[in-house]
Write a protein that binds this ligand. Sequence first.
Ligand SMILES: [Zn+2]
Length: 262
Amino acid sequence: MSTATIQVHALPAFSDNYLWTLTRGQDAVVVDPGDGAVVQAFLDARQLRLRAILITHHHPDHIGGLSLLRERWEVPVYGPAAEAARIKLLTQTLEDGAGLDVLGERYEVLALPGHTLGHIAYYSAQGRRLFCGDTLFSAGCGRLFEGTPQQMHASLSRLGALPGDTAVYCTHEYTQSNLRFALAVEPDNAALQARNAEVARLREAGQPSLPSRIDAECQFNPFLRSAVPAVRAAATAQAGEALDDEVAVFAALRRWKDVFRG
Ligand SMILES: [Zn+2]
């Protein structure tokens, strides 16, 4: 294994996806290659060898490039055991708590039902990196296509409990639209206002707003803040009914965001 350090590259694809690609020396690993041609062009330009592919869930914008890449590279394709029937090219199925080596760094699999039922994330305590697919976004979270609010709340709580200095690599550049919603929920949150200004600068300069960090998200992401009185009050006012617990607050926030036009 090369002694070079690991770098993480954001390859833009479609309208707002990042195909996160880790490199170490001339070796590369890609997470959720929705578009194989984008990944292959990056590998060609840098003369990199693809070593593995990691999948978080079965949606087409996360797996669409698998066949093109597998034609070119005979590499392991890791992904959720619970979605193996929907991801035809998986070679290694993973359950919660499984471990794997990614370019010499140790990763743990976290099962995160909610966006889809089998959704997993890849977390390295060693590298302080989290590849969380469509579960956690900066200032937002994924839609509940398959799971319940209870499941998604538990999944997000698990991510919020990771070490604060963990870098969060989300799949989509949804941050500015998420921030408009977060500001409607918590207009007086100073950390949120600061993040909004920072992201405006980054996007104006053509830079990704990602990765984010767990400690920062805990300060301004409403979907990690169901226990905060101001968030509960805003969700209650919007729902027009008493919300019994954090899951009910979370569910009300998610319903609100689904119809929010900011
Ligand atoms: Zn998805």
